[in-house]
Write a protein that binds this ligand. Sequence first.
Ligand code: NAD
Ligand code: TYD
Length: 354
Amino acid sequence: MKKILITGGAGFIGSHVVRLFVNKYPECEIYNLDKLTYAGNLENLTDIENKPNYHFIKGDIVDADYIYQLFAEHQFDSVIHLAAESHVDRSITNPTEFVMTNVVGTVNLLNAAKSNWQLAIGNGVSENLFYHVSTDEVYGSLHDGGFFLENTPYDPQSPYSASKASSDHFVRAYHNTYKLPIVISNCSNNYGPNQFPEKLIPLFINNIRNNKPLPVYGKGENVRDWLFVVDHARAIDDVFHKGKIGETYNIGGFNEWKNLDLIKVICKVMDKKLGREIGESKKLISYVTDRAGHDLRYAIDANKIMNELGWKPSLQFEEGIEKTIDWYLTNQKWLDDVTSGDYAKYYEKLYVGR
Ligand code: NAD
Ligand code: TYD
């Protein structure tokens, strides 16, 4: 029986990956290792928590001895590594935490895998796989057209993207140096259910429902390429099962939106869902000081994963955003629970002076 360790499985994307693997592969044992930081929430997984092939382990990837012991005890066959600090604004106020979790935590997992696996992949076939889930932000900012390809040079601009770029480099270095069987994917911005409401889309949905200002950074002209989270989880499944060892796959939906245009769509759908007059939520838009070092545009060329692995997004954006808004409006207790306590204080502080 295959034992798959998924790190960060209580977070936004991780919970969708855990759900997909637990349901789709009942013959595999799925271990979800998560520290349960502010971004991790076991409520995200109540529908599968009692399945016989699902196991939750609370633990910290930064603790090298603990990670080493955990591997020795469970003998995982594969790792899908998603645990990370993931919010750019937090990385600007606390970069060291990003180095610890995203870089040191990744290296701890690589070391544990290296010590426990037979590293002989001369023919490119292996029983083991270390799958590192990363972001398109490692490629930096696009200014004049074009797309990020798998061989676009790394040019990270924020402490978050620098920490993810560093972790990607370590994963490739372990493949090159020790023949660790690895695969990496770099995905564009995700949206959908269970995303912590400090990221643009759930934050704005939450603020609209509470009649709070919508803080648009700068002029709202930055462009992001949005993918529904379930489609990212499906892509991860394809890369895990069909990806070639040592390769990188870019994941994205060819779905670019200027922030302000996206925000106007959210406002309009929210007006409709809340029975407000059209144009009401838009009045909450408030232009604030730009994010330091704000990347202008991200856009993924996803042709490699589409052509080689046969993946493609299943949802059009209009359908995805409607589904997403419906989820947050039917799960308002989830929103209230995750934004109570320390987060409320953090949020107030973040926007003081903006
Ligand atoms: P998230 O912040 O929602 O979840 C991260 C999870 O990791 C949480 O459950 C948290 O408790 C856990 N975690 C944090 N530190 C840990 C530690 N030291 N030990 C164990 N667990 C720890 O993040 P997300 O948005 O779901 O992103 C998941 C991964 O996907 C990240 O690696 C991120 O870089 C990458 N990614 C995210 C996006 C996006 O749009 N959100 C896009 C591309 C790639
Ligand atoms: P975010 O969801 O933080 O993702 P990332 O920075 O990783 O792309 O932000 C998406 C875009 O929205 C980004 O250009 C910053 C902008 N933004 C705002 O204008 N206001 C906000 O309150 C937030 C959180 C983001």
